[in-house]
Design a protein around this ligand. Structure first.
Ligand code: URA
Length: 237
């Protein structure tokens, strides 16, 4: 939380003194509410408007990446493998919110907003993630019940919020499953399926909270809108 006049000045909109003048004149709104008190504080996610113009927070960057397979979700790799950071054209020090495995594709958010990262990765906020799982076998449909009631792995219960079979081809020995989880445990999905005797042959994250991959192909990315960032903050319990 920082004083409003400091946030406005830091954004390059005007000087701090001018910002104070704008606030006392009643031209500044935080999340739609007029503020005139110079002691008012705001946070990175707040939407600040000055005489109807939205202030851009130039310091913070929010990227929605369609991570391809064969890329690590870390900022650097000791084995010299390609990182998600190398796919993004930015001068900011971004890092991913959570991780996807090297061979997992799909939706990954990158940012330099530490506050949002901490909030979204905190287990109490139960942010949902939706995955598509491919298995080169025709699974036993009882698998669905087992995944929804939960499996115990290394003394920890891992459970799907929702799970369904999208396709089951007995002839071609292929199954496609949609699964929604809110935890972010290491290799969670692969371990859940392995504990029931199935190997995951391909894994893709289709959704992160309300965000999806619409309009993007693997390796492409876009910036989140201010509205989307705000909505992510609103998911916090
Ligand atoms: N679960 C996994 O096993 N791998 C991922 O990349 C994400 C979830």
């Amino acid at each position: 939380m920082e004083r409003l006049q400091k946030i406005i000045a830091n954004s390059g909109f005007c000087s701090r003194r001018k910002a104070e003048e704008l606030i006392t004149k009643g031209l500044v709104r935080v999340n739609g509410e007029k503020v005139t008190d110079l002691g008012t504080k705001a946070k990175a996610s707040d939407i600040i408007t000055i005489a109807g113009k939205t202030l851009k927070n130039e310091d913070k960057e929010y990227i929605l990446l369609y991570k391809p397979r064969g890329v690590v979700s870390t900022t650097s790799d000791d084995k010299g493998r390609k990182t998600v950071i190398s796919l993004i054209d930015t001068d900011k020090r971004l890092y991913p919110i959570g991780r996807l495995d090297y061979d997992t594709s799909g939706l990954l958010i990158l940012t330099n907003d530490g506050e949002l990262t901490n909030l979204l990765t905190h287990p109490k906020n139960e942010i949902t993630k939706e995955y598509i799982v491919k298995i080169d076998e025709a699974v036993n449909p009882t698998l669905i019940k087992k995944l929804s009631s939960g499996v115990i792995i290394d003394g920890e219960k891992m459970k799907a919020d929702r799970v369904k079979i999208k396709k089951l081809d007995k002839k071609k020995k292929k199954t496609i499953i949609e699964i929604v989880l809110h935890e972010g445990k290491y290799h969670e999905i692969k371990r859940m399926f392995a504990s029931l005797g199935y190997e995951v042959t391909a894994l893709k994250r289709e959704k992160y909270a309300f965000l999806d991959l619409k309009g993007l192909t693997a390796g492409e990315y876009r910036h989140l809108t201010i509205k989307e960032v705000k909505k992510l903050y609103s998911l916090i319990k």
